[in-house]
Design a protein around this ligand. Sequence first.
Ligand SMILES: CC(C)(COP(=O)(O)OP(=O)(O)OC[C@H]1O[C@@H](n2cnc3c(N)ncnc32)[C@H](O)[C@@H]1OP(=O)(O)O)[C@@H](O)C(=O)NCCC(=O)NCCS
Length: 219
Amino acid sequence: MVVTPIPSISQIHSAILGEGEWKGFVKRKAGNSEMPELIDVIIERNWLMSDNTKILVRKARDQDIPAVVEIDAEAFSPYGTAEKPETFQLRLTAFPDGFIILVADNEIAAYGCSEKWLTEREPGLDENPLTTHQPDGRIFCITAMAVKMNYRGKGFGLLILDRLIELARREGCRKIILETTHAQGLFLKRGFQTVQNRTERAISLDVMSLDLKSHGRND
Ligand SMILES: CC(C)(COP(=O)(O)OP(=O)(O)OC[C@H]1O[C@@H](n2cnc3c(N)ncnc32)[C@H](O)[C@@H]1OP(=O)(O)O)[C@@H](O)C(=O)NCCC(=O)NCCS
């Protein structure tokens, strides 16, 4: 029988430093907490929740887009801010590292996507990321994130948000920007502040931002 050893933390750090992608399977519970312990693996992370739900956070793939579009429509249609399927496909094409999904027991339960800009500005719905994403940009825009209705309230939203914040740091970005109609409370938990309010499609959106320089690492 071939046993794949779980990598040591230093091996994982080697992977982060570019010696290769580690795609092993790590399962850990954080004591009695529902929230899984974060393990520093760049490409994929796996957790086992205390209710035995297997969680995987990984980069999105083309075949994930229909499920992402479904979650987006479920989450944002009630607010009139759902985006077009092609927008998600283009986001994956423009910045594949910035598009992640969370799989719970083999079902796509949440997603988060992003792009980088050279200068700070208001986000917009259904923008063309092939035009707006700038690989050298240091403003990290979370263009959308959502958790499927029946998976909400389990910490998945924060898991996605934390991975995106970590990604923004790793990409050398100095600020994260996003907009939301109703989820300000989630972002306040990670130190985001409302910086502006704007209206699109007659919907009121709060623009929120997080300054990474004044927020822990990367300063
Ligand atoms: C916002 C959203 C992503 C949160 O996902 P979730 O998995 O339910 O959130 P979590 O379980 O990780 O919540 C973590 C914490 O944030 C809080 N929180 C989550 N959503 C919140 C909201 N809309 N308002 C206030 N607080 C919220 C939770 O109460 C929880 O706090 P607690 O730990 O003190 O109980 C989800 O409700 C969603 O998909 N909404 C529709 C789409 C959306 O608004 N996306 C964000 C803007 S792009």
